[in-house]
Ligand binder design. Sequence first.
Ligand code: ARG
Length: 460
Amino acid sequence: MSKKMWGGRFAAGTDHLVEAFTASIQVDRRLYAEDIRGSMAHARMLGRVGVLTEAEVEAIVTGLAQVRQEIVEDRLPFVDALEDIHMHVESRLTEIIGDVGKKLHTGRSRNDQVATDLRLYTRGCLDDLVRELQHLQHVFIDLAEREVETILPGLTHMQVAQPISFGHHCMAYVEMFHRDTQRLLDARRRVNVLPLGAAALAGTTFPIDRWDVARQLGFEAVAENSLDAVSDRDFVMEALSDLAILAVHLSRLSEELILWMSAPFGFIDLPDGFCTGSSIMPQKKNPDVAEIIRGKSGRVIGDLVAILVLMKGQPLAYNRDNQEDKETLFDALDQMRASVEIMGRMLPGLQTRPDVMRAQAERGFATATDLADYLVRKGLPFRDAHAVVGRAVRLAQERNIGLEALPLADLQALSPLIDREVYAVLVLEGSLAARDHLGGTAPRQVQAAIQRARERLQRE
Ligand code: ARG
């Protein structure tokens, strides 16, 4: 007979290759705390409904605490022969407390057990990530406040478009990270549902109290359907979707930091402690942290695709394919947590180069739209104003000067509506200040947005 816990019906032992191939212990060992917590709650419930005696529950709970201690102290060897974390915990428990340990699995299957563990673990990781994301929002809000008055050439199509407040640009990321936070918190609600009690797929013949277990483990709801509870992984897909969106936001941010720090831009400098050098080129200071974060997005998007494809062909209920759900989820959770954390540490040390950014804004005719708006206020239809300013830009370009350097006579030759006051609208600061409405880049609006974002974070 096979020596496995499930070996009764097997005449022969498991092939060693199969043992190694089917084992998941090296991946799911990190679920040990959740597994033990879930088992304790299950045992206590079995005691309350009369399936286990009080003494049995006591022995199981004390034994489980000892197993946990051994794992924490790295004293429990993990071996492929015991497949996964659930088998390791149960077998060690039985070694410690004897036959009573074998009663723990009453009314339970590894199928509902693993789903419970994974939900508990994911919930904890989402909470940690949400805290890191809130910290990152704080960092960005502080940076925005420091740089409210700093002028950055805003780009569309990677061409200079209009001048904006550097703080306004920072606040764009605060909005993205706020939505990421909200998405994760929303996903958490659907993660936080108890599968335990579904057993293998159909429920159990024992008089279990699922709400008792849910309350002990902090689950807000109990899964309604036993088949769904053990077989679906949409909570993994949803968490990974949200993580992939977050990864894309971080990647876009990284891309901007990398560009801005390059010599042709020269808009910012990142702190030495967050950059690395080259083994051959002595002058180099590379934004490797940002590059790696940009690279992580490829990984996390891959993790999402992997779980979607993993699930799409599976009939109900549990299939062993599901064992492959963890590596991708763990990877994405790890990578995003580390990325958000390091971004939050790096950004306070970001230094802006306001004069470089100003010069680029001026060279790119960033106030051309302001000139068109000025002509509209003088009564010219916008399309005509657009054409007049287009000619002004061509003139300035031919002379290699900014719009603000064109003599009044030349401007008036293009449109008699132009007078001396035109130069006020051609100034970068004036352009910013004029966009003075909710969501606009006027420094006082950015300051108000900062205030609102701080209040929103308080409530989050
Ligand atoms: N290691 C398995 C997993 O991660 C646990 C469930 C195994 N269930 C089974 N019937 N073989 O999915």
